[in-house]
Design a protein around this ligand. Structure first.
Ligand SMILES: CCN(CC)CCN(C[C@]12C[C@](c3ccc(C(F)(F)F)cc3)(C1)C2)C(=O)Cn1c(SCc2ccc(F)cc2)nc(=O)c2c1C=CC2
Length: 398
């Protein structure tokens, strides 16, 4: 848990009936491969430990770049503030489920990376889902890494004794917009790559499910063959936060295997106008009260349909950062100061979002669970929810 003085802080444990395991997967040695963390229902084990929430310091460096603050100073601050937090899951715990698991592919926001949404992903896994939280290599992540083969000169230059396998770990950091560079072309190219990476992650899970051997370049203690025939490949959804919300819509458009999508405080700017009439699956927009604006909402309303279920709710007293894990990891006043927390208790906020998400997934994946008890949340029926949006959108803008 966090440092002693703030031991009430930490990412809330998942509420579902299953214990949650997590492990990492990286395919092949190129930046074009897929890299994701999976969260899954696991056997209760005492011996497995909880992994660090931020896997290595390069991520803090990347966060500093993203927030345009000095690296060395911020690395110490981040390490002090967040360095000791663990995520609510057991690293490499053995997979266990007595039924086929529905699948969720999760896409992070601008400047985030695969581990920062564990309160959402672990909750879904505790309710029986297998969740792959993708780490994007479109330079929208604060940091990410991949392996490449050593070049001749690299091999030649190293001392023969140290020559491990011939792989080099390469770090890729957040690419900020150049001065005067227009945003749309960059973000539109990124959202297309992000959707492809979500589809590649799904294809990898399909291979694993059908027993086709896939190579994980990361050395983990997890036995991937235990996932053979464990996933229900007719029940697949995409979920994402902010830029990841746009990625959900792009991915639904490209891949019909995604039966529905849930966009958490979606940022619609990166999407092509001609995409809106092409996407055919149900979509659920779960918005914060403070982040949205008329132009963004009117883009979401372009997806309104009389025949395909499109829903929107707004959670009162929430901010953009109410969805990633940071919202749980600072005290109240610093959290509000840094806009990591809204007025509503962060655990209540994410609980409402998760329950509404589960109800929507049950409805559109045809699950036989009891998530339908949270159906009223889909229509904003709760004191902390607004049906639709609090933002006033001019009728003409739709
Ligand atoms: C000047 C920087 N400028 C960059 C364009 C704007 C920076 N910014 C607001 C921030 C992220 C903030 C943040 C994080 C983390 C701490 C910490 F202290 F807790 F670490 C503090 C303060 C800084 C709140 C956003 O970009 C908001 N945002 C996000 S935030 C996703 C995220 C990123 C890093 C995380 F660690 C967790 C979550 N994802 C999106 O897809 C989109 C947007 C905006 C449009 C599309």
């Amino acid at each position: 848990m966090g440092n002693t003085c703030s031991n009430h802080l930490g990412i809330p444990p998942a509420k579902g009936p299953n214990a949650v395991g997590c492990t990492d997967f990286m395919m092949d040695h190129t930046v074009k491969g897929t890299f994701f963390r999976i969260y899954y229902p696991c056997q209760e084990t005492e011996k497995a430990e909880r992994p660090d929430w931020v896997p290595c310091k390069e991520y803090f460096n990347g966060l500093a770049d993203f927030m345009k603050i000095n690296r060395t100073l911020s690395e110490r601050i981040f390490n002090y503030l967040f360095g000791s937090f663990k995520i609510p899951a057991f690293l490499d715990a053995p997979f266990k489920s007595n039924e086929k698991c529905p699948v969720v592919i999760f896409s992070h926001g601008l400047g985030a990376f695969r581990t920062l949404y564990s309160a959402v992903c672990a909750e879904l896994a505790s309710q029986g889902f297998i969740v792959a939280s993708v780490e994007h290599r479109d330079q929208s992540a604060s940091a990410t890494y991949y392996f490449r083969e050593k070049t001749e000169s690299e091999r030649a230059s190293e001392t023969s004794a140290s020559a491990q396998d011939n792989l080099v770990q390469e770090w890729m950091y957040y690419r900020s917009l150049k001065h005067g560079e227009s945003e749309f072309p960059v973000r539109n190219k990124q959202v297309k790559q992000r959707a492809d990476e979500c589809i590649l992650a799904l294809d990898t899970l399909i291979k694993i499910n059908s027993g086709i051997p896939v190579q994980n370049v990361l050395k983990t203690q997890f036995d991937w063959t235990t996932l053979e025939n464990s996933m229900d490949m007719c029940r697949i959804a995409a979920v994402g936060h902010s830029f990841g919300g746009a990625t959900v819509i792009e991915a639904l458009c490209k891949e019909v295997k995604f039966k529905c999508g849930i966009a958490l405080d979606a940022w619609m700017t990166p999407l092509d106008d001609e995409l809106y009439h092409r996407v055919k699956q149900p979509i659920f927009f779960i918005n914060s009260e403070k982040f949205q604006w008329a132009g963004n909402i009117s883009r979401m309303r372009k997806l309104d349909s009389a025949v395909i279920q499109r829903k929107m709710i707004t959670i009162r007293g929430t901010v953009h950062q109410s969805f990633p894990d940071f919202t749980f990891l600072t005290g109240n006043w610093i959290g509000k100061l840094m806009k990591l927390k809204g007025e509503l208790d962060p655990e209540l906020a994410i609980d409402l979002s998760n329950k509404a998400t589960l109800a929507f997934l049950q409805r559109h994946l045809g699950l036989e669970k009891n998530f339908n008890r949270w159906d009223p949340l889909i229509d904003g029926q709760d004191e902390n929810l607004i049906q639709g949006t609090n933002v006033t959108v001019l009728q003409s803008a739709i």
